[in-house]
Design a protein around this ligand. Sequence first.
Ligand SMILES: [Zn+2]
Length: 232
Amino acid sequence: MNQMTLLGELQHLDTRSDENAAARVALEKKLADTSAVQSARAALEQSEKKAHELKAQLRALELETSGLTDKLKQVNERLYSGRITNAKELAGLNADEKMLQRRKSELEDQELALMEQIESAEDAEKGNRAAYAKLAAETNARNEQERTALRDLDASDAELAHKRDSIRAQLSTETLHVYDELRRTKKGRAVVMMKAASCTACGTAVPSGLVSRVRLGNELVSCVNCGRILVP
Ligand SMILES: [Zn+2]
């Protein structure tokens, strides 16, 4: 291979290596982004907490109702025991009984309303749990693919580095210096094709005197505008 063909090949390998690096950054960014799973987890925890709180409220109400039921039983026993004959006392017990009944019925209404809320909270919790599990499984599978893709990139990089070393070993120090400098200053594109007697990087026409020299490929010919090395 002549120097220009080697340079073209070197550029090709370095471009692939740059593409690998960009792909690696994108994959690592994806792997690091756990926001979707985290928000699904947060939604699940939120709904678990809500259902838990509502159940605690229901237990408190049930406890209060049970206390009232006991009291009501005692009042009723006294009322109908036949032992109380004092009219005032009987009237008082009657009033207590009514008050306790009213409160008990209020509590029972609240319990019913709470049970409905618990049912929808449990439905929401179930839905969130399923959504979280699905997302976590999908994310795990995708992460596995991404890790495989990263390993493929490692293998590709190793192969590219090996080929690159072998090509660089065949190029002169001066040529490599020009190439490396252009790679650094021209966004990685040091060597470009000449097509229809123009530079394919910047579009500038190659002066006719240079066109044939580029086609021969025996020497470094730079684009008169962007300075990149032109290859046929
Ligand atoms: Zn150019």
